[in-house]
Design a protein around this ligand. Sequence first.
Ligand code: 5U1
Length: 693
Amino acid sequence: MAVPSVAAERAEALRRTLARYDHAYYVLDAPEVPDAEYDRLFRELQALESEYQELATPDSPTRRVGGKPLDAFAPVRHAVPMLSIRTETDTEATGASAFDARVRRELGLAESDPPVRYVAELKFDGLAVSLRYESGILVRAATRGDGETGEDVTQNIRTIGEVPLRLASLTVPVLEVRGEVYMRRDRFEALNARQREVGGKTFVNPRNAAAGAVRQLDPTIAARRPLSFFAYGLGEVVGWEIPSTHSGVLEALARQGLPVSADRAVVSGGEGLAAFHRDVGARRDALPFDIDGVVYKVDELALQQRLGFVTREPRWAVAHKYPAQEQLTIVRDIEIQVGRTGKLTPVAKLEPVFVGGTTVSNATLHNEDETRRKDVRVGDTVIVRRAGDVIPEVVRVVIERRPDDAGPPFDMRTVLGGCCPVCQSTIVREEGEVDWRCSGGLYCPAQRKQALLHFASRRAMDIEGLGDKVVDQLVEQALVRTPADLYGLTTQALAALDRMGEKSAGNLVAAIAKSRHTTLPRFLFSLGIRHVGEATARDLARHFGDLGPIMEARPDDLLRVPDVGPIVAQSIAIFFAQPHNREVIDGLTAAGVEWPLLTPTPREAQPFTGLTFVLTGTLPDLGRDDARARIEALGGKVAGSVSAKTSYVVAGADPGSKLDKAQTLGVKVLDQDALLTMIAAARQTPLGVTDAP
Ligand code: 5U1
């Protein structure tokens, strides 16, 4: 069927518009239209092409979605071989001056001759490809292969939105563009997360993921891999007057819509190269993609020609590496570190390995869940990464290398036998938390400094003059192990500390002595019990009146305190169950720390003490939890089933068998309003609380 000219013109207009939108979106990172508008035009073009097959040109954006799977890639002989690049392994600045010196020597330049001009670029960690444009249309994309012959990966490369399917204005017979296909780090992470979700294979690093996608026989799979491309050079060129400099070539390629990294510079001499190496090195981790170094090229193409090649490598270019950020090594052990706040962190003890510029023998595993997710075991070969100043971490296990005698899956409780490795206190992992913690905060040597600083802080025991520097010295010189030891310090001992005069030492001893006379809420807060802030400390003090009953309280007793829920109750009970914490508290009271007793809220005096309620059916306004909390706050109990001992059944809509049973047993039945009236009346009852002074 002949194609009506109106359809052909419309298809051409759509191709051009969509190509412009692709460039704006992928290369300039500045979308021109909303996705919906792009999709509408895209579908219109697809419809035209399916009606008139002749309109489906090779540069149509519809080709990007991926064609039919291949059995194998066809070989492609490169008209101009794809060279490799010599690597400068000296990762210091001297690597740059060595290259400059070589170039100058080979060009026969004297010391008095002006510096050579170079282009410095990034060395992208991906897969080299060659794009062939004929009459401005992308006709073939090939991998490097052995440099002479690569593989035809056109279908896959077409799926990369950044690669123009048609050049902006050049329509010369042949223009081959060389560059690197890579994957941004964030897209790589997202891809791996998706793979994990569907139970698929995850990729070791962005380079492997990119290389795998380019060499994927099914282009619809390649289309789902978020690839990117940067152009950095030329292959065969027919009919184009090539600019006289490499920097001019890169600018011309960018003008044709090809992505060229903006991270490039024209620099002068070896010093200019070294400065670029340093500058990029400092920004390396902030780049959105991996690089393994920078590339230097002599800018003048005429000089490049004079320099020529050695074997397959040009003399006019070099790759200047950075220290590798990832290495393979073996996990010798998994140890648990106790942080200053009691957080327990699993740390892989590694066979020492040189990575990121230093020897690494420890790498964090973050927490139990992460260790299990990565399934790191003793004996495993792992990829360890050290990027910049970040703490080294285990990226993943090389599962194929797991030995038969590898350790069991990681389990914090089992590894530690339930006890802190530093102080033997119970370890706790609260619901909803990722971290295990040591509960011996007051005694644990790992938490000493933190515990002392908190103890002395203004809202706790308010010891003026006991700051970071003093605490550091007291702990490091073993003058103080626990807060109780503070009360034994003498002016003489303190005056011997760095930057502590006789007068300051005297003031500090006086401040410590003064802190002996405190209040129960302050004292409770100073103990640093997890989840016990000032308000909770005050509530506990009011409710119990003295420390003894709090120390003996079971979680059920603690739950009666307003605003104390199961997690806080558990935390308090576990803290006081630790013999070491109790010893420190005994030490403090023996040292004379005291507080005025409060008149406790005797439990008998609570209006609902001794009353048992059963809730059944749906109450019109109160949720079950709310009703329970209100009853318990007044000392009542809420039970799950009705018995002769039940005081009241509170019945809402659709009460079920509990109401029947209440009626059978003669238990009083309340509706929501009656319960609220009872609660309001109870609140009027004086509670006998004497507030802290
Ligand atoms: N940026 C950049 N990467 N890279 C890699 N330029 C560049 N040039 C290369 C290679 C292999 O080779 C040419 C110097 C032939």
